[in-house]
Write a new protein. Structure first.
Length: 452
C-alpha cells in the first residue's frame, strides 16, 4: 500500500473486517477472555486486601494526609495500594501463559499483555515517587494533565499496533493544503505535540523554580521572572520545531498569517498591544511577581505576570484584579519593592505646651526602638515640626522592610505612644480656642433679645 493514502472509508472498513476476523478465532477469544477474567479477579482481590489493610492499619492507610511521624508507613501503604493490582494481574497472566504454553495454545496476546502490565507497573512506581518527594497538589495537577494522557496515548498506540499497522494508518492523507498532504500523523503530532510541549514547559518551569530556590540564595521574585521568560521562550521554540517537524511549508504559514494580518490589525489591536507590553515587562524587569505596587490609589501585590495581563491582589479586601499589561505603560505606577523593599513611614503626634520637647522626642525614639518591626538602620528620627493651635506637633519617621505591615506597625506605635505618654504625664491636648466677647457685641445682643 502506498505511503500517502487518500482518505477512503473503504480502507477503514477493510481494516475493521480484518480485526473482526482475527477476534473470531478461538485461540484469540480464549486469550482475551482469560485476560478479562484476570482483570476482574484482580480487582476484587485487591479491593479485599486493601480493606483488610485499612482495618489493621487505619492511620497508615490515610496516606493522602501527610503525617511526618508516619511518613515511611504511609509510603509503604501507598506502594501497597497502587502496586498490588498491577502486580497481581501480572502474576496471574504469567501463570496463564505457563498453562497455555504447556497446553500448546497460542500465546501472542498474553505476551503483549504482560509487556503492557510491566510498563504499567513502572508507571505506577514513577507516580508514587513523585507524590512522595514533591508537593502533592502540584503532582496531582500534572498527573492528570501530562503524565496520565501521555501514558494513555502510549498504551493506545501499542494496542492499535497489535491489531493493525499503525505506521500505514498514520500516513493516510486527510486533505490537500497548499499542495501538501495533511496526514493523520501530521494532525495528531501537531495537536498532541503542542499540548504536551506547553504543559511540559510549565512542568519544567516548576522544577527549575524549585531547584533554583533550593540551591541558590537569590531573590525569588527574580527567579520567577526568569522562569516566566524561559517558559514563553520554550513554548515559542516548541511551536516552531513542531511545525518544522511535520513539514508545514513557509508558503502556507505566509498565506495564513497574511490573511489574518488585517483582522489582527483591527480586531485584535488591544490584544497585540498587551502582548508586546507583557514581553517588554518581562525583559525589562520593571515589574516582578510578589512586587508591592500602588495602582488606582490602592496598594496591591503582583501575583501573576502573564503575557496578556497581570493579576494583582488588592491588600484592602483581598480581591484580585486582572490588569491589561499596556496599563503599566500609560499610567503612573508606584512600586514599593522596585530596587528594595524598604519603606519610610511617618507618624505625627501632638503634646501639650507644658511638656518639655526634648523629653517628648526622647520618648518617641525610645518607643520606636522597642518595636521589633522597625529597622535599626536607617535609625528612627524624631522632630518637633510645628507650633500648633493647641499643641506642639512632633513627627516620628521610621523604616520598615515590609510595605504590607505599615498599618500594623503604625497602629502598634500609636498604642505604645499613648500608653507611654500616660505613664509620663504627657498630655495629648484636644483642640482649644479662646473666645473674647466685646461689650458692643453684648449690647447689640441684648437689644435683639428685647425686640424678640
Amino acid at each position: 500500500m502506498e505511503t500517502n493514502l487518500i482518505l477512503d472509508v473503504s480502507y477503514f472498513w477493510e481494516e475493521w473486517l480484518k480485526i473482526t476476523i482475527v477476534l473470531q478465532r478461538p485461540a484469540v477469544q480464549v486469550q482475551l477472555l482469560a485476560i478479562a477474567l484476570s482483570i476482574i479477579l484482580v480487582w476484587f482481590i485487591s479491593r479485599w486486601l486493601w480493606y483488610q489493610f485499612c482495618q489493621r492499619f487505619p492511620k497508615s492507610s490515610q496516606f493522602c494526609q501527610q503525617n511526618s511521624q508516619l511518613y515511611w508507613q504511609q509510603c509503604g501503604a501507598a506502594l501497597f495500594h497502587y502496586l498490588i493490582p498491577p502486580l497481581l494481574c501480572l502474576l496471574i497472566v504469567n501463570l496463564l501463559k505457563i498453562v497455555f504454553f504447556h497446553q500448546g495454545l497460542f500465546l501472542g496476546y498474553l505476551t503483549d499483555s504482560i509487556k503492557l502490565l510491566g510498563i504499567y507497573c513502572f508507571y505506577r512506581i514513577f507516580l508514587i515517587f513523585l507524590y512522595t518527594l514533591f508537593d502533592r497538589v502540584k503532582v496531582k495537577y500534572y498527573h492528570h494533565r501530562f503524565f496520565a494522557p501521555l501514558f494513555f496515548i502510549f498504551i493506545l498506540t501499542k494496542i492499535i499496533n497489535i491489531f493493525t499497522n499503525l505506521e500505514t494508518l498514520s500516513q493516510i492523507s486527510l486533505i490537500k493544503l497548499f499542495g501538501d498532504s495533511v496526514t493523520l500523523a501530521t494532525v495528531f503530532i501537531t495537536l498532541g505535540g503542542l499540548y504536551f510541549w506547553i504543559v511540559g514547559c510549565l512542568l519544567l518551569e516548576e522544577l527549575l523554580f524549585c531547584i533554583f530556590s533550593f540551591k541558590i540564595n537569590n531573590n525569588p521574585k527574580i527567579i520567577q521572572a526568569i522562569s516566566l521568560i524561559l517558559r514563553y521562550f520554550l513554548i515559542g521554540l516548541g511551536i516552531v520545531l513542531i511545525f518544522g517537524y511535520v513539514g508545514v511549508s513557509s508558503t502556507a504559514i505566509a498565506a495564513i498569517t497574511g490573511g489574518l494580518s488585517v483582522g489582527i490589525g483591527f480586531g485584535l489591536k488591544e490584544v497585540i498591544s498587551n502582548f508586546v507590553s507583557g514581553i517588554w515587562l518581562l525583559f525589562e524587569g520593571a515589574l516582578k511577581p510578589e512586587d508591592i505596587i500602588s495602582i488606582d490609589n490602592e496598594m496591591s501585590q503582583v501575583k501573576k505576570l502573564g503575557i496578556r495581563a497581570t493579576t494583582v491582589q488588592v491588600i484592602r479586601d483581598n480581591s484580585e484584579k486582572i490588569i491589561p499589561n499596556q496599563v503599566f505603560f500609560i499610567q503612573d505606577i508606584t512600586t514599593f519593592t522596585g530596587s528594595n523593599s524598604l519603606i519610610c513611614c511617618s507618624l505625627i503626634v501632638g503634646a501639650s505646651y507644658q511638656c518639655n520637647p526634648d523629653r517628648v522626642l526622647g520618648i518617641l525614639l525610645k518607643v520606636a526602638d522597642s518595636n521589633e518591626k522597625i529597622l535599626k538602620s536607617p535609625n528612627p528620627i524624631a522632630f518637633a515640626i510645628n507650633f500648633g493651635e493647641s499643641s506642639i506637633d512632633f513627627e516620628l519617621r521610621f523604616w520598615i522592610d515590609n510595605p504590607l505591615s505599615k498599618k500594623i506597625v503604625t497602629s502598634n506605635l500609636i498604642c505604645e505612644i499613648w500608653q507611654t505618654f500616660k505613664e509620663n504625664n504627657i498630655e495629648i491636648p484636644y483642640p482649644q480656642r479662646d473666645l473674647h466677647i466685646r461689650n458692643g457685641t453684648q449690647e447689640n445682643n441684648s437689644e435683639f433679645l428685647e425686640r424678640t
